[in-house]
Design a protein around this ligand. Sequence first.
Ligand code: SF4
Length: 389
Amino acid sequence: MKIMLEKLEKFKSIMIFLINEKFSYKSKNRLIFILRIIKEFPKLVKFIFKDVSQIGMIGSIISLDSSTMCQLKCPMCPSLEGIKEEGALGWGYLKFKNFKNFVDKNPEIKRIELSNSGEPFLNPELKEIIKYGWKNKVDITIGTGANLNSVKGDILESLVKYEVKSLTISLDGATNHTYKIYRIGGDFDKVIRNIKIINYFKKKHHSDYPKMLWQFVIMGHNEHEIPAARKFAKQLGMGFYTKLNRIPSYSPIKDKDFVRKESHLGVSNRKEFLGKYKRIYILGCLRLWNSPQINWDGKLLGCNVNLWNNFGNVFETSLKKCLQSERYIYTKQVVLGRKIVRDDIPCSKCAIYKRVKRIPIKKSEIILNDNIHTHNIIPMIRVQKGSPS
Ligand code: SF4
């Protein structure tokens, strides 16, 4: 039995490597799409004839932001607008007490994503949070991204001991010199040291968790370091993926052909992506159904792009009640192309909405959660198993 499992694991690693390195983006996505249909077939049958705007959630995943606080000063940080006084996020962190109550009151939630706007490791109660999740069989992920510059006490060992399922680390460079240009206040060497410590504990505890992913946002000043970063990630036993810059005018791409090749997407920016694949690069709207975003203080934000309004407080009332509010359902109808956007709906301030208005969300995309950059998909296809150094 043990030999069979080892062989199966080896076969899985080879398949993941082949999919990652040898398949084009298009074929990779076709394959994922087929796998998703097979995997989500029961959901397809269950929801295909229903009005998706009336369905509260599909699945059992929630995004609950552990912190909007951050120590870095990244120039394009999208969260800054939400942290300002008039924004919906505010500056703070998720309290253990609220997390515990939320888990106790919502036993149907089986996975909680803890990262979104700030640096999760600045939450002083993070260890208790992940321990409680583990004890209650709720998978914890830090998949949207952490900078991993500041870690206190034994939190790195806790990530391994309490089996945090995935950890995505934002590292936009392969050297400290390049990394520091965008991640102002950060220290590349410190982050690498922390990754190595996690690998040390993974070895010590004979654990595969957390699966680590290196996220590299491509900009003009770091594009030349993509191959070195990819190689380094492999040496560290991490998965690696590139992300196209949200604001292409900041540090514009210098060598488009090089980036087209090295991004493994065949495109050098999000506009080219839309033109080539006829789809929006990151479809944040799907979160309304598949992983509704909750702010650290309990405000339901719906999608993780929303910095402006909220749909009630799930700590004060209930998740179910907030998901069934008139404005939440209306927002779903807006992105499905059935209603006109109103001022009290976050989409009215969102840049993505201009595109969604032209290409509304499809029911199949919602049911299959067919998005290329969700924390659900990336670990599934991109984590390479390697021998941590
Ligand atoms: S269009 Fe609306 S639902 Fe979609 S990402 Fe923007 S704010 Fe979120």
